[in-house]
Design a protein around this ligand. Structure first.
Ligand SMILES: [Zn+2]
Length: 315
């Protein structure tokens, strides 16, 4: 079983791993008939009658199709939007009514600036909007845009927030449980399809990134994953922010992994991140691999100690 898991992860990890990195650094995979000038990177996986995952470069995208509309969850990068829309059109011609952002990182909201002209509203946590406003203040006015119009929650990230969308008889639940990957994460659930998009609260295939400087919290992440693991139904399909579509057993394993990291920190009080990384049984968790250009064992343990930035920073 371990071999099977490792093999499937290796295959999957080759696809969407442009996480937080330069989009051009990612491998491309074309299964759509996009025009020559459109980056051919998208691949669609059907998860339920009305729910899909779209892989490309950057964070995984969710697609929900209701009786009259489509809903997108995240949108990767601006330059990939034509290919993304083409991928959506390969399964439905219904208009995209809502775009939901799971959080504010550029590989999840980069397409907002283009898609805002095509959707009725962009929906995200209040801190996603706040983060984007701050980041866009540095840009030329002409390059700004794509801010969420509908913001749930408050700037106090510890305040839980929930929004239920009722669209053509399909319920879509947005849930913010506190600081985790960032200070503005939402989990998106489609109960009728037993599908959940967990955004970057869930990394599979590589070590998770906790954006400490963006209000994220390793302790909060562990608590959220443990909470979801306690109530997620058997048979649910989970879209992680990065990695292959998976299920409850993978989430339970992820919970165990995070709790092992947490326990290692507590059992070795006073040790710094390099010492913690060196003494942790990394071989016991082959599903989570370090990336020298992104999250290493040292940066993960640094985040677990409450120190940023939680990832390797470029000079
Ligand atoms: Zn992220």
């Amino acid at each position: 079983m371990r071999v099977l898991i490792a093999a499937s992860l290796m295959a999957a990890v080759a696809l969407p791993l442009a996480a937080h990195a330069r989009p051009s650094a990612a491998p491309a995979l074309a299964l759509t008939s996009a025009p020559a000038e459109t980056p051919k990177v998208h691949r669609i996986e059907k998860l339920a009658e009305n729910a899909y995952c779209i892989f490309g470069q950057g964070g995984n995208i969710g697609l929900i199709v209701t009786a009259k509309h489509a809903v997108l969850i995240d949108d990767q990068f601006e330059r990939l939007v034509p290919g993304l829309v083409e991928a959506v059109r390969s399964v439905t011609d219904k208009p995209i009514k809502y775009l939901v952002n799971t959080h504010g990182h550029g590989d999840h909201v980069g397409g907002n600036v283009v898609l805002e002209k095509q959707v009725s509203a962009i929906i995200a946590h209040a801190n996603v909007r706040r983060r984007m406003v701050t980041e866009q203040a540095k840009l030329e006015p002409a390059k700004r845009g794509g801010l969420p119009e509908l913001a749930l929650g408050s700037e106090d990230a510890t305040e839980r927030a929930r929004l239920n969308i009722h669209l053509d008889g399909t319920e879509i639940h947005l849930l913010h449980m506190g600081p985790g990957h960032t200070n503005g994460d939402v989990i998106v659930g489609i109960p009728s399809a037993l599908v959940m998009h967990m955004g970057d609260l869930f990394f599979l295939g590589m070590l998770p990134y906790v954006d400490v400087e963006g209000g994220g919290s390793f302790e909060g992440l562990v608590a959220q994953i443990a909470s979801v693991a306690a109530w997620i139904p058997d048979g649910a399909r989970i879209i992680p922010g990065h990695g292959p579509v998976c299920g409850k057993k993978d989430l339970l394993r992820y919970r165990d992994f995070l709790q092992a990291v947490q326990a290692h920190v507590k059992a070795n009080a006073g040790k710094d991140a390099p010492a913690l990384a060196a003494s942790f049984d990394t071989a016991a968790w082959p599903e989570w691999k370090p990336r020298p250009d992104f999250v290493t064992w040292e940066t993960l343990f640094s985040a677990a100690l409450g120190k940023g930035p939680g990832r390797v920073t470029r000079p």
